[in-house]
Design a binder for this molecule. Structure first.
Ligand SMILES: O=C(O)CCC(=O)C(=O)O
Ligand SMILES: [Fe+2]
Length: 379
């Protein structure tokens, strides 16, 4: 067995999995010295500046969704990954809390779908926030108490609801995409050179400190010429960006609260994964926390968060991370192909999404297509 593993590695096979396991290791903890940190620029040899379209978004449009003027964004590319853009926290001071509140209080609400719906009735999952806040706020850390619904939340889907069983979206399982997140996505992607991005599907992943996200490619969307947008809040993560094959060793980077990624062009269909969640650096969390009680500028269109709500959000994100990916599913004029009705089931499914699919990062390939994936199990 060990011999087989050694020869697999020698032949360069599944280099991604090897790196995934390296960063997931608990004891001893991994060495993070090779992890790119865009917030500090170290190590910097692979980081290149990314060109943004400064005229695509006015300062007022940016402020309306809680973003700094585009000229102030710190946007980067990575050598060897054309189309990949990393934006280091472009939010206005005080605006992240509003997006965190949306992710914890608003987006889990019906008609959106979440992992808890897979084994609970609609009335039980009706008000996840309302049913959790009391226990969350009086909880003493010493006592072991049953987890609240909010703590058991693993994923929420928006718009065209991703079907974890068939790994498809379908016309008949759609609910309106949240207008505020649509507008935020439109401004970010426009600044990155993709005007007219139509946010049609969203997946929110809720990570605890020991969570991970397996190696996968996002290819269920029908139009791959449109970018995929990813936003992170709360604790930090190690994000691994690989190649079109599992044999390509990935690049590791930190994602901190407020950071964004755009995967487009040649980087749209690359393997990626999150092997580890780790505490946010001191200063980063302090800047999110500034939101407590900070009154936003008048020009900001994001709704202020009440102190009561923010206390709950703070408690949650002190040990958790929320990631939001936004996708355009259909190209202009495109529609879903006819599929057998058995493939359009939306009421059942595996409840974990693609979280913790396998402790060693086994691949979650949502739909086969790449020419070099013969060893990938379709899970
Ligand atoms: O949590 C992340 O940073 C990645 C999420 C992701 O890859 C996905 O939802 O497809
Ligand atoms: Fe993904």
């Amino acid at each position: 067995m060990a011999k087989m593993a050694a020869s697999l590695l020698e032949s360069g096979e599944d280099a991604f999995r090897k790196v995934f396991k390296f960063y997931r290791r608990r004891n001893p903890p991994p060495d993070y010295s090779q992890v790119i940190d865009f917030s500090t620029g170290v190590p910097s040899d692979k980081i290149v500046p990314a060109k943004l379209d400064l005229a695509a978004v006015t300062d007022a449009e940016a402020a309306r969704v809680g973003l700094q003027p585009v000229r102030d964004w710190r946007a980067f590319g990575l050598q060897g990954y054309p189309g990949f853009i990393f934006i280091s926290n472009p939010f206005l001071p005080g605006s992240q809390p509003s997006w965190v509140r949306q992710c914890l209080k608003t987006y889990p609400q019906k008609p959106n779908v979440c992992n808890l719906d897979m084994h609970m009735s609609p009335s039980e999952t009706q008000d996840i926030w309302g049913k959790s806040v009391h226990s969350l706020s009086v909880r003493s850390s010493a006592k072991r108490e049953p987890k609240t619904l909010l703590e058991r939340l693993r994923w929420v889907t928006l718009g065209y609801h991703y079907n974890w069983d068939t790994k498809t979206y379908s016309a008949n399982h759609y609910t309106p995409f949240p207008a505020d997140l649509h507008s935020l996505s439109l401004q970010i992607t426009a600044a990155c050179g993709f005007p007219g991005f139509n946010a049609e599907a969203g997946i929110l992943n809720y990570y605890r400190s020991d969570s991970s996200l397996g190696i996968h490619v996002d290819e269920s969307e029908l139009d791959h010429s449109r970018p995929l947008l990813s936003l992170s809040f709360g604790q930090s993560a190690i994000f691994l960006l690989g190649g079109v094959c599992r044999q390509d060793a990935p690049t590791a980077m930190f994602m901190h609260s407020g950071d964004m990624m755009v995967m487009s062009g040649q980087s749209r269909l690359l393997y990626h994964a999150v092997p580890r969640i780790l505490p946010a650096p001191q200063g980063h969390m302090a800047s999110v926390m500034e939101g407590c009680g900070l009154s936003l500028q008048d020009s900001s269109g994001v709704e202020a968060v009440s102190e009561e709500d923010w206390a709950v959000c703070c408690r949650y994100i002190q040990s958790s991370r929320v990631n939001v990916t936004v996708r355009q599913v259909l190209g202009p004029g495109q529609s879903f192909p006819e599929t057998p009705s058995s493939h359009q089931r939306t009421d059942a499914g595996q409840t974990a999404g693609y979280h913790d699919r396998a402790a060693d990062g086994e691949s979650e390939k949502r739909k086969r297509s790449s020419s070099c994936d013969s060893d990938d199990a379709q899970t």
